[in-house]
Design a binder for this molecule. Sequence first.
Ligand code: ZN
Length: 340
Amino acid sequence: MIIDCHGHYTTAPKELQKYRDAQIAALKDAKHAPSKGALAIRDDQIRESLENAQLRIQRERGTDLTIFSPRAGGMGHHVGNATTSRYWSEICNDLIHRVCTLYPDNFIGVCQLPQSPGVRPDNCIAELERCVNELGFIGCNLNPDPSGGYWTDPPLTDKWWYPFYEKLVELDVPAMVHVSASCNPNFHHTGAHYINADTTAFMQFITSDLFKDFPTLKFVIPHGGGAVPYHWGRYRGLAQDMGRPPLKELLLNNVFFDTCVYHLPGIELLLKVIPADNILFASEVVGAVRGIDPETGCYYDDTKRYIDAIDWLSAEDREKIFHGNARKVYRRFAARGAKR
Ligand SMILES: [Zn+2]
């Protein structure tokens, strides 16, 4: 079985964006308190949106199940206020739940959180609980920068986040560190803001005792861990200079990397540097990079091809990367599988 731990509903029916556009337009009218409203999307529209996209790609590439969440760029936590974010997150998560109900063998849900800049992450606990306990979701996407590129909230290691982490631990679900759109024109969202955030989160983890406080808390850093594997020597050296424990001891029980790296040399580097126990297969389709690489004739985001091409990877490590580690990190998936 091959589990892709990182997919977004980037192909949702246009009604979803219309809802969001109306929500944003209503923010301009200060006289009206925002109302949640509703989304009218039929099941056949959902099927149509997936059949020729994520489902076709699963079939063509030979992957089985995608851990599926709302479009990350669309989370837009910087828009409006906490209520705006709550309604929008509920709408997006409910839609993911419908996808997972229609295709229970192909998708399992991960939620968007109703974060808002300057608002304590405690306000996300209710939606996390709803998604995990009522909708059967197995994780969440946690935005380390709800401001969208200005980093106005405390680092992930600050006590600011602790009540939310307590809930993650209690529910036994991991968080993928995942920013959303960038409103800072210096940072292209998928090309710079995403990779910056992945790298930034990892460096924050090195400087703190977060995992002493939460020994079972788990994070997945997407996009191959940003610049981290490439600069592993720098991070090991910085930890050493700061008198921190070796990285393996400091955070490799808690921090995992996905394989959303869109060329073979990058995947080779990831697999050489990061222990196989800490790597989860992912491709982030349909997502950040949609084209075909003229050098290979294959889609950039067909990450399974790169892993398949690495002949020095042992069968045991391959199994871990393709599904074993996902079961270990997304522990509710394993529990659900056992129930089936
Ligand atoms: Zn993503």
